[in-house]
Design a binder for this molecule. Sequence first.
Ligand code: UD1
Ligand code: CA
Length: 466
Amino acid sequence: MAGRALPTAAVILAAGKGTRMHSARPKVLHRVAGQPLLAWVLRAAREAGCQRLFVVVGHGAAQVQAELDAEDVTWVEQHEQLGTGHALAQVEEHLEGPAQLLVLSGDVPLVSSSTLVGLVEGASRCWGAMAVADLPDPGSLGRVVAGGDGRLERIVEALDATEEELAIRRVNAGLYALPAPAIFSHLAELETDNAKGELYLTDALTAAAAADREVALFDLPDASEAWGVNDRRDLVRIHREVLRRKTDQLMAAGVTILDPEVTTVEWDVKVGADTVIHPQVLLAGSTRIGSGCVLHQGVWMRDSSIGDNVAVEPYSVLDGAEVSDSCRVGPFARLRPGAVLLTGARVGNFVEVKNSRLGEGVKANHLTYLGDTSVGPGSNVGAGVVTCNYDGQAKHHTKIGRNAFIGSDTMLVAPVEVGDDAVTAAGSVVNKDVPPGALAIERTEQRNILGWAKRRIAWRKNKKKI
Ligand code: UD1
Ligand code: CA
């Protein structure tokens, strides 16, 4: 039966408990490559051009809605999780008029938008369509039994299958294009006479096939699109697959990744050509890396951007930081949210920067804390400098001018300002503003006691004799 072109809506089934995850979190919120499973499916549906998205939620519904509240979807509650067929039936009352429904599983995240387009095309030629794949190890997935004419005859769940049926490698990926309202009449007839005692969506397809409603079998071009997540091992397998695809993409675009198997680059991260990424680097969230950079071993970055020709030395952590061209960061540096480094700035080992702006060419190379601070271009911040920005109740700002020299171990008690070209003497506690060009020195005068070292040795010897 040739179908008409119907408006397409997507329904994502995401209400199940995911018992085998043994988790307090709903299964569809578990993440692969930084994104919840459900977000991957929503993204594919959007990319395929779906305007209307329904997500069926149940187990942990409030948590799922809260975590994905930025998504423009219609949430449909399935109060009791009685099976995939029952889950889809919950959408009926939300639909007006006929529609082509893309029915997707919230735990099958690698589905691509082109597969969804293929399913809709398949369903426009037949009554409906479903995605299938041949897997060497089909495990607990439903087996697809085709008739002699190659048409769908029935789907058998693994738990209900005979030995012979279990030997079938062709699986149901849990991705369908089905016409509404026709599918709902099959759903209304479902029974729970199966191993799980559930209302199976798959039985509705079997019933449609029996009623001569042809279901096109859409062979997935990449079998990994059929991988579902039922337990933690499934989750990690998919996570690794996404990471592999991402590192492959980056390498194809001119990024050197020395050991992709131990490199984590989340999907939305961007990296420029000729950047070299050493082992055990993690780049997460909306991170952006320019070209010609070197990210050394153990660098951890989230929602941060760095310009071109930046070196990030080993074991540095950048979270919400912004680093311009030609800077050098680390080793062992920590840039926290709001850290901004302008061109050529250098932040060295055991330096923490938070909500601070370091001007062009600023150096803070050792053991320093800069919080709520602005440092003018060309200034040098010595070892062990601390901006004392918190008085126990409020945070205060420190302002350092251009070409200033902050001596080692200076405590800058905020709010305080150090003028252009000013100097603070090492070891000073500075709590008054320093005028431009001045030296601020705050120390007790040094006293030298001559001959003291020898006298101490003599005194120790005498003490032992007693
Ligand atoms: C289902 C299919 C199986 C297919 C596999 C693909 C059925 C009966 N079986 O099996 O043929 O090979 O997917 O991955 O459909 N859900 C609800 N409400 C419920 C039950 C489930 O929303 O009452 C959701 C789950 O959250 C999940 C999806 O539906 O996202 C699939 O459910 P799951 O229980 O994981 O089905 P499988 O046993 O994997
Ligand atoms: Ca599943």
